[in-house]
Design a protein around this ligand. Sequence first.
Ligand code: PLP
Length: 351
Amino acid sequence: MSWVTSLARPEIVQLKSYEHATWEIGLERLHANELPWRAAADESSAGLNRYPEPQPRELIAGLAELYGVPPACLLAGRGSDEMIDILIRVFCRSGQDDVAICPPTFGMYAVSARIQGAGIVSVPLLPERGFALDEPAVLDACGPRVKLVFLCSPNNPTGNVLDENAVLRIASRLQERALLVLDEAYIEFSSRQSFARHLGRFPNLVVLRTLSKAHGLAGARCGALLANAEIVALLRKVIPPYAIPQLTTEAALRQLQPAQLTAMRNKIDVVCSERTRLAQALGDLKGVQRVWDSDANFLLVAFDDATRALRASRDAGLLIRDVRAQPGLGNALRISIGTPEQNSRLIEALR
Ligand SMILES: *Cc1c(COP(=O)(O)O)cnc(C)c1O
């Protein structure tokens, strides 16, 4: 057993996965208790009367090409949220193991840890250094109970990217001790390259990607986990056999066509130029204390009176996110970049 596998819960290593009905195209299916006819309103290409293909080959191949990894190094599921949950269930024993997180950050790491009964070790980012990683503190915090370290770059809700060398040094120091999970939900909005290119050098590195943000498919629920094939094989034992609905696969495959990817890049350009415009306009407003630099499709903005800003935007029909409860965020709100018209309306409302 390699050291990566030995980090997982022994029950999972020994688990024999559910044997779903075999997937053999070309043969007629009388082995899965499906109805042989489509529902009258079913407009899918494969027919929703059939169970979907587990880890659909064409989808896995398309995502693997998009993210630049071999298909055996990719697991697809219902968004990166499902990947976070499965990682914790596979690697953390309830009441015995911990995950490390660096707040302020995405809330699902802690929620999924609590659901599993895993402990949470918090190592705050450094607000005075633009929410940079506290590298020595992260390493100090990673005792023998910590199995997973969740980092997010660009980070939600602060918008900054983490220092690449610091992340790689942490991955290196965690060899044989823990997995480093890097959540890249917003990387398409930054100028950074994905950490996926380092997977070959770090057997304990896991990268999370999603079609929810830049690809505009949040409602389809499709995300991917990239890691060495041994980790993917372990997680595959735990993901439900029919994790990816047929309609999701069909929507994702359409999105992976070259013309759609070009359209996506054009929209990212609009988001990035609107991000600059909105940041400048908000920075010029009287009640705004600070607009942080962002590499994502949102801005973190501190107000003199955040309650009033929330009310003003709501009166203009616009919801923005209250993140004041998170450590280190004081009077800050998180604003997603909208259409040019929505952004202008928001600026007017806050003025
Ligand atoms: C939105 C978001 C996700 C969730 O992505 P899904 O693929 O929709 O589950 C994951 N991580 C971060 C940091 C996010 O902001």
